[in-house]
Design a binder for this molecule. Sequence first.
Ligand SMILES: [Fe+2]
Length: 345
Amino acid sequence: MTEYTLFDPLFLEDEADGVKKLAEAFGAHGMYSQEGLNRGIGESKPQRYDAVLNYMAAHAHVPDAERDYRLIASRTNYFRETYAYGDEIYAPGIEPFVHHEGMIEAAKAIHGRAVIEPAIVFANLFLPGQELACHTDVPEFRGANRKVLPQWLLVVMKHSGLFEDWHMPIATCVSWYHDADGGAFVFYPDGADGEAVVHEIKANTAVIIDTDSVFHGVGRMQERGRPLPVLKRSMKIVPEGKGQWRLTDGDIKMESYDWQDMRLSVSWKAYCFRDETEQRMWRDKSDDLALPFILETLAKDLRDRGALGAEEPSADDLMHALISTYIHFPPPHPVLVPDAFKTVA
Ligand SMILES: [Fe+2]
């Protein structure tokens, strides 16, 4: 069982309400792009190819229209902005969240590590009809992070357990500031074969877990008769005052939403170091992984398991072997893959 803590409540009521106001004061929230460029291995595939493969397999029986690429992209590309990064504050007022004592104490317990360094705070905004497929987050290793490697490969590395000496344990706290219909947070603290915990979105609550190890996803937000528009990367969700938000594309004004329609979550991620020596090793890059070592280690382990032959595999074959060997997703959960779809052949 992986350690997790539920905060209910997270803040005093006034403080919690302040977070919605802070999001409005921040202004427009742009679309989160998970695209990124990595040369070499997996360069032609989406960054989260592991999650895409699982999503398509879990939705194999839904109507074709539901599996349209543009619709899936619209459902799963939500809006995100960074509110704090290291010591930089981009959304004034977020400071009590960055340094929340309860979260720091819970983070220590998750990995049994004493030195907690808050790294980033960001907000995710979902529109009605948006969701987030089951996944584990992109982990980080000394010398290997999303700036240098495809995200699916970093996820493979974590699930393989072969690089734990270089792994940077991270605790993630996800928090909510209003009630909403749908959008439940589903997570598997007992592993992919264990029972899921379904946390309904409720104002002033939060869950802290190791999202790099624990599978999690977000159920679809209720559409209430207004289907989700096809979204483009140029679109933003812009506050218009009094809790109203407007989807825009440049000068074009589209649907409007209130808090009840949307799903705001604010996430906090913190590095969890064993001690100051380990923290220093990360800062001065004195024990970093290099790509050739990573690929040799993985290929050797695949061959030892009989998952790879003696001949040199194509990049595609290697990628599929890595994902299917090491990443074992939980079975489809009814909140993440609605039952209604399963009856349609
Ligand atoms: Fe996540």
